[in-house]
Design a protein around this ligand. Structure first.
Ligand code: FAD
Length: 290
């Protein structure tokens, strides 16, 4: 199934993102998480692409395994980092051979120790170039990409970022998924600006329930997302009580999702960090209300 066909405001789909574990024990634990989340009938799940090394093969193996053994549509992420176009073609061929129909196309972050992104010789500098490549090579994938309601960390201005997003979408993207955000105002404002700029593909909000406050502070420093002052203060107050952090994180994300659904989003993508309980609680609460 092509994901673009399940992104529909009148019947929004939930999706879950995982990362490929480094160890076999991690893979076994992830597959348990997938099993635990399967009864929630996700529209699709996705598996991220690592910065390098063996987990990259695991992305292909995991999406293949999930699709074949659970019947859940599984999307592979793919980045330009460290790959020549021949290597990227090879990964795409492996995905096509495994009947994977959806790929999330990304540039990726600069490798550790590098300030700016430099493509390898024969590689790509921007996600837009990889999208164009996939389309020129005549693969029949449904393609997604990333977008940033608060602006990408490297961009000089949100206007520039939006211009680049438009070019990326025009190169052949079918939908985009947002970076995580904790304040829906960023998402609604972004969608409005994107529509005005002529970006008409579905814009799926990406939601990460906070389950560990230090971890979220680390993520938000890296990706530039803002934690609203009120939520930050509440988290500070309970940060030494792990259960209270989870409860607060789940409650905040549930309220965010309720508003997003009420205002007609085409789906909600959950950054699960390979754990099921928080996502299960939120989706169950949302389903109970509908
Ligand atoms: P691009 O769209 O190429 O943009 C990168 C920067 O370049 C932006 O600042 C943009 O404004 C600018 N730019 C774009 N085009 C041009 C141009 N023509 N001229 C000048 N500037 C330009 N990372 C991983 O490593 N693996 C993953 O699996 C992964 N999954 C992700 C999933 C989602 C939903 C999101 C939101 C992010 C994910 N990331 C992942 C992180 C992502 O790789 C980084 O945010 C990365 O820094 C940018 O990737 P991009 O595809 O958005 O890049």
């Amino acid at each position: 199934m092509k994901i673009r066909n399940c992104l529909n405001p009148s019947q929004p789909c939930f999706s879950f993102e995982f990362f490929p574990p480094k160890t076999d024990a991690g893979v076994a634990s992830l597959l348990r998480t997938v099993e635990e989340l399967a009864p929630l009938n996700p529209g699709f799940v996705s598996v991220t692409y690592g910065a390098g090394g063996s987990t990259r093969d695991r992305t292909v193996e995991l999406v293949t395994h999930i699709k074949q053994h659970t019947g859940i549509e599984a999307m592979a992420h793919l980045t330009c980092v460290g790959h020549t176009r021949d290597e990227l073609r090879d990964v795409l061929r492996r995905l096509a051979a495994a009947r994977i129909e959806n790929v999330l196309i990304l540039r990726g972050d600069p490798p550790q120790g590098q300030q700016t992104f430099e493509p390898v010789p024969g590689g790509f500098r921007y996600a837009e170039e990889l999208v164009r490549f996939v389309r020129e090579e005549d693969f029949n994938f449904c393609l997604g990409g990333a977008c940033y309601p608060e602006g990408h960390v490297e961009t000089a201005s949100r206007e520039d970022d939006l211009r680049h997003l438009k070019a990326k979408v025009d190169a052949g993207m079918d939908f985009v998924v947002t970076q995580l955000f904790f304040d829906n105002a960023f998402y609604f404002d972004f969608v409005e600006r994107a529509r005005r700029a002529g970006i008409n593909v579905p814009i799926v909000p990406g939601i990460m329930p906070i389950t560990n406050y230090e971890q979220v502070q680390r993520f938000t420093r890296m990706c530039g997302a803002t934690v609203p002052m009120r939520l930050a203060l509440q988290m500070e107050r309970v940060k030494d009580q792990p259960d209270a952090v989870v409860q607060l994180g789940v409650a905040h994300a549930t309220v965010q999702c309720m508003e997003l659904l009420a205002r007609g989003v085409p789906g909600i993508h959950f950054y699960t960090l390979n754990k099921s309980p928080a996502t299960r609680m939120i989706v169950s609460a949302l389903r109970a209300r509908s």
